[in-house]
Design a protein around this ligand. Structure first.
Ligand code: PMT
Length: 400
């Protein structure tokens, strides 16, 4: 039996709280384990008993109502959520989350969770358009929160405009799509590169870099989860191949280029996470170089730029994502690579930051498209970064 996905449904105090009963009911009926947290103000609009009956679980309201001595309730809810859904999200709870404030059960859970957060704002149109509210929402978007925009129409306050919480059906469909992102890339062929390249100098020595392949392999796993057929071209690494992924091992940039270009015409999506050497020794010694002089000079020459070649050959329907490993002026260098190599997206990591880059299990990335920054994700496991990126590609690919 598949474990039920747990959704923590946070309800804040707005008239749209009555619609959350329908969200809770529909999610429960579709087999989700729904745990409800309400703010005190939300309880003025709808009773906890209604939500308890629909979700079949007690509803958390008071942070200090700790009935289970072995757990701290808001941490427990935060830790075991697969998704936190904030519906309705008032300007107040959005502001608190953006500022990092935790003064009740819902806001502390939101701060403590590492699960993805989906926010369904609902408020008066002028509140929604208020620059501070817009700024807070942008900040949360940049940190990886998902938003389901409010609809336009007659608002409970009498105004007509944008601010009405998305309909429960739309929210539930979003959640379904999020968890069944298996369908997101089904029928698509994804070509991914991972790991370092090795540029040989003599039979026992080479130039390379610290790439472990973790980022690229996480992408292969996430793309497979999303239903894609995955071809993973990897430099020398010691990662195990995700189930169902077709892996081709290469060593040098030249070999990687040959393999990548041979698969390119069949690929719908190309993701270049490999740390490809930019230079290689101009001469390869046939025998092991003997130690002699105190100093030696090795002349390096440029390797082929595989990404630039993909950019040149890419067809209109193909979606191309590059990575940029930078140590300074990250946004500037990443965006110029995106332009030069005709990428659709570029994932920039500042590899000088602790928690980001080579060898480790986490990364901190900012994703850019031709218009500028799309999202800036906080430190998270590479598999979670990979899932976010695959989700973003899935959302965009059909637009091409
Ligand atoms: O493997 P891990 O240990 O998990 O580390 C992950 C990572 C840091 C390697 C990964 O997140 C990453 O940033 N990969 C890209 C590293 C890199 O080569 O960046 P770059 O800025 O030098 O290159 C830009 C893009 O051009 C990349 O998509 C690269 O694959 C590509 N390139 C570069 C040079 C070249 N000759 N051919 C290329 O295709």
């Amino acid at each position: 039996m598949m474990k039920k996905k747990r959704i923590v449904l946070g309800i804040s105090g707005g008239i749209a709280a009555f619609k959350s009963a329908s969200v809770a009911s529909q999610l429960t009926q579709r087999g989700y384990d729904v745990r409800v947290i309400m703010t005190q103000s939300a309880t003025k609009f709808i009773t906890p008993l209604t939500l308890q009956t629909l979700s079949q679980h007690t509803v958390a309201v008071d942070t200090f109502d700790e009935h289970e001595p072995k757990v701290v309730q808001h941490i427990d809810l935060a830790d075991h959520a697969d998704l936190v859904l904030l519906a309705p999200a008032t300007a107040n709870i959005i502001g608190k989350l953006a500022l990092g404030l935790g003064d009740d059960m819902l806001s502390t859970t939101l701060l403590a969770t590492q699960a993805p957060i989906l926010i369904a704002p609902a408020m008066n149109v002028h509140m929604y358009e208020n620059p501070v509210v817009q700024k807070n929402m942008q900040l949360l978007k940049n940190q990886g929160c998902y938003f389901i925009a409010p609809g336009e129409g007659q608002l409970a306050c009498g105004y007509v405009g944008q601010g009405r919480m998305a309909e429960p059906e739309n929210i539930v469909n979003w959640v379904e799509r999020f968890f069944t992102s298996k369908k997101l890339l089904s029928g698509k062929r994804v070509l991914i590169t991972a790991g370092p390249t090795r540029e040989q100098m003599d039979p026992v020595r080479y130039f390379s870099n610290y790439s472990s392949g973790k980022m690229g392999f996480a992408l292969a796993e996430a793309a497979k989860e999303a239903g894609a057929e995955v071809i993973l071209v990897s430099g020398p690494v010691s990662q195990s191949t995700p189930t169902g992924v077709n892996r081709i091992d290469v060593k040098s940039t030249e070999e990687m280029k040959e393999v990548v270009l041979s698969y390119l015409p069949q690929a719908d999506i190309i993701i270049k996470a490999a740390a490809v050497a930019d230079y290689r020794p101009k001469q390869i010694w046939e025998q092991k170089m003997k130690k002699s002089a105190d100093e030696i000079t090795i002349v390096l020459e440029k390797t082929p730029d595989i990404a630039a070649e993909i950019g040149k050959r890419k067809q209109a329907h193909q979606f191309f994502v590059g990575f940029a490993a930078e140590t300074e002026q990250v946004a500037y260098h990443a965006q110029s690579k995106l332009e030069r190599k005709r990428m659709n997206l570029i994932v920039a990591n500042d590899v000088s930051q602790p928690g980001a880059g080579f060898g480790i299990d986490t990364n901190i990335v900012t994703i850019f498209d031709r218009q500028g920054e799309v999202v800036s994700l906080p430190q998270m496991n590479k598999i979670e970064v990979a899932r976010r990126l695959i989700h973003l590609i899935g959302e965009r690919i059909d637009a091409y």
